[in-house]
Ligand binder design. Structure first.
Ligand code: NDP
Length: 264
């Protein structure tokens, strides 16, 4: 199937590793020009150069912390100067947390609020004028199954991802008149280096290997019994970026190997 994405311009936050990198590669494989940002600009630039060499598309790697409004402004300015505009925005940068509501400080809440919600709000405001000029666009927000089905150890993550899902719905209603389609994606367990690092730490002095530890998490939670690869998640992102998904508007798509427990 031709996904009709050739020569579009995509902005991907947190595109240097994990799901964001897989989305960048998936889009580049369809001929999309990709601009990646992450705090570690060197890694973002390296991945961008590798993608350019592998897929023959123009790319940009940029150092920006998405919780920093001036860094976001610089990123968007650079993208527009390099590519002339934006067609696709993937709000992906994010990370898990660990706290209790009773003990977490306001500063901690504020950081995750900025990371998961306000970055998406600010970037959407910044790129929508360009999308309007191009006659339409796509905004995808990478939330989490935790937006609906919370994990006990990360209330701030759960709450801020839930806010991102509601933001997606509100923005979708506001922008569909401009032919800009907004959707959210709620992944379940996705095998990224971060999961592996945590598993290695937690099993360091035990009889369990990190692989066994992760395998148990998958078997205990997801009916499919395994983690997704970032590429399996990226395939859904790429489809939702395509005009082939033209009736997908304002929805939240779970991609979780059956983990969402709708019977509870
Ligand atoms: P990774 O930790 O593998 O990658 C995170 C990416 O975001 C990196 O490129 C990182 O680069 C960047 N990043 C992190 N913080 C910031 C910041 N403040 N500003 C700019 N860039 C930042 O994460 P995943 O691929 O696992 O997760 C990606 C998204 O998917 C997240 O929003 C996560 O919540 C969501 N998700 C992940 C799941 C999973 O099981 N892995 C499940 C459900 C949702 P750098 O460190 O250089 O900034």
């Amino acid at each position: 199937m031709d996904l009709q994405l050739r020569d579009k311009v995509a902005v991907i936050t947190g595109g240097s590793i994990g799901i964001g990198l897989a989305v960048a590669e998936g889009l580049a494989a369809e001929g999309v020009q990709v601009a990646l940002c992450a705090r570690n600009g060197e890694r973002a630039q390296q991945r961008a150069e590798e993608i350019a060499a592998k897929y023959g598309v123009r790319t940009l790697g940029f150092a920006a912390d998405v919780t920093d409004t001036s860094a976001l402004d610089s990123f968007v300015t650079e993208v527009v100067q390099t590519f002339g505009g934006v067609d696709i925005l993937i709000n992906n940068a994010g990370t898990g947390s660990e706290e209790t509501v009773m003990e977490a400080s306001d500063d901690r809440w504020q950081y995750y609020w900025d990371l998961h919600l306000m970055a998406a709000v600010r970037l959407s405001r910044a790129v929508v004028p360009s999308m309007r000029q191009h006659g339409g666009g796509i905004i995808l927000n990478n939330a989490s199954i935790c937006a609906t089905q919370p994990l006990y150890y990360e209330p701030i993550y759960n709450v801020t991802k839930a806010a991102l899902v509601m933001f997606s719905k509100c923005l979708a209603n506001e922008l569909i008149k401009d032919n800009i389609r907004v959707n959210a994606i709620n992944p379940g367990l996705v095998m990224t280096p971060d999961w592996q690092k945590t598993a290695k730490l937690l099993t360091a002095d035990t009889d369990t290997t990190w692989e066994q530890y992760l395998d148990k998490i998958a078997k205990d939670n997801a009916p499919i019994g395994r983690f997704a690869s970032p590429e399996e998640i990226a395939n859904l992102f790429v489809f939702l970026c395509s005009p082939r998904s033209s009736y997908c508007v304002g929805s939240t798509y779970y991609i979780d190997g059956g983990w969402l427990n709708v019977t509870k």
